[in-house]
Design a protein around this ligand. Structure first.
Ligand SMILES: Nc1nc2c(ncn2[C@@H]2O[C@H](COP(=O)(O)OP(=O)(O)O)[C@@H](O)[C@H]2O)c(=O)[nH]1
Ligand SMILES: Nc1ncnc2c1ncn2[C@@H]1O[C@H](COP(=O)(O)OP(=O)(O)O)[C@@H](O)[C@H]1O
Length: 214
């Protein structure tokens, strides 16, 4: 038997995979599962001025920075995009993303609709966006309460914002309802797998077909 080639062994360009949802719908849970299950995707760690929650590690979940440091990063043009969300600022550091994409590295973004729009403006061809919907607003509130990380005032304000966030659903390439988390996760992986196979991302196809045709 000769060389057995499959398309996923050919060179390809990486993609920018965005998961957005109203707070509490499950994007952090889904992101963590994806990062565990898939070695080819790396989290783009955002910088934020919000304080860490219990269990959050600086440099892993977020880069936790002061207001002054965030200001300096904005001034020095360190961000791909940044936005105000709730009472804090969040931004995507440029880091090594551009180089990584060329080498086939995929990046996962847990960012809101504002960041999604900005990424589309910067780099339309590489972005794939997925919006996660809760099965109902009652269930969304239950999840925020069960996470037990916010006061009831904060939960009320997250619920108020949820409607505004959901109103952006049609700006996304894909929409998945997170009712059963395992089923939702399977759908998200199917999207990622299919998008990786897009002809325009398969930079190795041209040399492969050239060789195939002799
Ligand atoms: N535009 C933008 N939004 C971000 C970024 N990082 C996180 N967010 C969004 O900020 C919001 C609040 O995030 P967080 O405080 O972790 O609470 P969560 O909603 O419970 O995940 C979420 O909608 C995130 O998707 C970023 O770098 N840029
Ligand atoms: N499909 C689901 N069914 C029940 N609970 C869920 C589901 N998905 C997530 N959760 C729970 O809901 C809470 C909010 O999820 P999280 O991933 O933190 O949401 P987000 O990052 O969108 O704010 C967490 O306690 C999480 O364990």
């Amino acid at each position: 038997m000769g060389d057995f080639k499959t398309i996923d062994k050919l060179a390809r360009r990486g993609l920018l995979f965005i998961l957005s949802s109203p707070s509490g719908a499950g994007k952090t849970t889904l992101s963590r599962k994806l990062l565990e299950a898939d070695d080819d995707i790396k989290l783009s760690v955002s910088a934020t001025t919000r304080p860490p929650r219990p269990g959050e590690v600086d440099g892993v979940h977020y880069q936790f920075v002061s207001d002054a440091t965030f200001d300096r990063m904005v001034e020095e043009d360190d961000f791909y995009e940044w936005a105000h969300v709730f009472h804090h600022r969040y931004g995507t550091p440029k880091g090594a993303i551009r180089e990584g994409l060329k080498d086939g590295q995929d990046y996962l973004f847990d960012i809101d609709w504002q960041g999604t729009q900005q990424l589309y403006q910067k780099d339309q061809q590489d972005v794939v966006s997925v919006f996660i919907l809760p099965p109902s607003l009652d269930e969304l509130r239950r999840r925020l309460e069960s996470r037990a990380q916010d006061s009831s005032d904060v939960i009320d304000s997250r619920m108020e914002r949820a409607r505004a966030e959901i109103s952006h659903w049609a700006e996304y390439d894909y929409v998945v309802i997170n009712d059963n988390v395992d089923e939702c996760f399977d759908r998200v992986r199917e999207v990622l797998d299919a998008e990786r196979m897009r002809r325009t991302r398969q930079t190795g196809l041209i040399p492969f077909v050239r060789e195939l045709m002799g």
